[in-house]
Design a protein around this ligand. Structure first.
Ligand code: EPZ
Length: 416
């Protein structure tokens, strides 16, 4: 795996089909073990994180293979209930397997996921939800030893609308006797997609997309086929790229309603935007203006995952834009790298102020994390000259073919 080499300063034009959603397919892959049979997933993106989930499924004894463009999991042969440390370390969101394995096996053992580039990633809400459903969880030596001989549904309230904790609670509740009601659940569209998948499998889940989700446990299940929803953050990335570089793009297969806070920000910055049932069209001169403060929030607020790429689009805008990152403690690691391209960004705690500059210049930068790396791609496209982006494995965790997609829009971008 080489570096990304991007020649900036060119307008982008074209039409793209957006890949399937990483943050939908990861919990769905964990959910496949809730059926003693076969799940077939369509529109599943080929990502490093998907590969990591497939390695976990195979370790558990499942068959997980690509069959053409479909990803097929056969969980009938599941024999193990533990996730080894080296597989947990590959992807911190592997903690999503905890609820599913407990549901299926009645016990589970995996490592504490640890922190990541975005700062500490606690799982206290995950553990408290599972304990309330009857799991006995002992932490020791960095490992979680979980026994759930008898899990019973009940009312749960999350102290904050955690995406992962909501998903783990849903998956555990599927294995409980009786009804579970989750209050203050996260409302992200990926949770609604997980619900669609589980219901297609035979489980009884309702309310996803709202703050209250109800699960009737222990439903009979059957083989399932499912098409993963499009990735709204990948769509936001490409809209930001064209907004910053100038040009025109049509993104196909996207539900514009899931991106309304991002398109509203880009429209305020001066882009023309139209949307239909499943496509978004954007045109930009590349000369943007600063916008009102951008505050990240749980869905349907402005997505934290789009903070870095919107920032990158605004680096040459006229005026100053204030960002407030309310979800993660340390989600400005991309700032120093963007400043190497000539950006003018000041960070104070959760606040970053982007003062627009006349021009950006290509530079050698290092991807700091998944969306921070994507922001460097966005900035490099509107910079003068050539940029080299290293540590691109971060980017490949969430983008199936970002260079190929951007080349379809006329970008001069290669891997070397
Ligand atoms: C999911 O992470 C996404 N990952 C993240 O996307 C996304 O940024 C995040 O949701 C917020 O939308 C996947 O879906 C695989 P959270 P998750 O639990 O579930 C705190 C990307 O770029 N918290 O909603 O880990 C936590 O520290 C990735 O694709 C607790 O305090 O996010 C954070 O401050 C990055 N205790 C906040 O809640 C807990 O038990 C939101 O985290 C759990 C979370």
């Amino acid at each position: 795996m080489g570096d990304f080499i991007i020649e900036g300063g060119r307008a982008l034009r074209g039409s793209l089909q957006v890949q399937g959603a990483k943050n939908s397919v990861l919990p769905i892959l964990a959910a496949t073990i809730l059926h003693n049979g076969t799940s077939t997933l369509h529109n599943c993106p080929r990502l490093r994180d998907v590969d990591a989930s497939m390695r976990i499924l195979r370790h558990l004894g499942c068959r997980a293979e690509w069959e053409g463009d479909a990803l097929v999991v056969d969980a009938a042969s599941l024999t193990r209930c533990d996730v080894p440390d080296h597989l947990m370390r590959e992807m911190r969101s592997s903690v999503i397997f905890l609820g599913a394995v407990l549901s299926r096996c009645g016990r589970s053992e995996l490592s504490m996921p640890g922190g990541c580039e975005l700062g500490p990633r606690p799982i206290d809400l995950h553990l408290s939800s599972l304990r309330q459903l009857g799991a006995v969880i002992r932490e020791g030596g960095g490992r979680l030893h979980c026994e759930a001989p008898e899990m019973r549904g009940r009312e749960l309230t999350l102290s904050l609308p955690s995406v992962g904790a909501t998903e783990n609670a849903i998956l555990a509740a599927c294995g409980c006797e009786g009804t579970t009601v989750i209050f203050n659940a996260a409302r992200e569209p990926e949770i609604a997609d997980l619900q669609t998948f589980l219901c297609a499998m035979g489980h009884k889940v309702q309310g996803a997309g709202s703050s209250t989700i109800t699960v009737e446990g222990r439903s009979p299940t059957h083989d399932v086929e499912h098409t993963v929803i499009p990735d709204r953050i990948v769509a936001a990335t490409y809209l930001a790229a064209v907004a910053g570089s100038g040009g025109e793009v049509e993104l196909r297969g996207v539900d514009y309603r899931q991106l309304s806070t991002v398109t509203a920000a880009l429209h305020e910055a001066g882009c023309q935007i139209h949307s239909t049932g499943n496509a978004i069209w954007l045109r930009s001169t590349g000369d943007l203006r600063a916008i009102r403060p951008v505050r990240t929030a749980p869905y349907p607020g402005f997505p934290t995952d789009a903070q870095a790429v919107l920032m990158a689009a605004l680096l040459r805008s006229k005026g100053a834009t204030v960002f407030v990152e309310n979800i993660f403690e340390n989600r400005y690691r991309h700032v120093d790298e963007l400043c190497r391209m000539g950006a003018d960004i000041r960070v104070e705690g959760r606040v970053a102020v982007v003062c627009g500059v006349e021009r950006l210049r290509g530079a050698a930068v290092e991807a700091t994390d998944l969306r921070g790396g994507a922001a460097m791609v966005v900035a490099a496209l509107s910079a003068e000259g050539e940029s080299r982006i290293s540590a691109v494995h971060h980017i490949q965790r969430g983008y199936a073919d970002i260079l190929g997609d951007l080349r379809q829009l006329g970008a001069r971008a290669r891997e070397e």
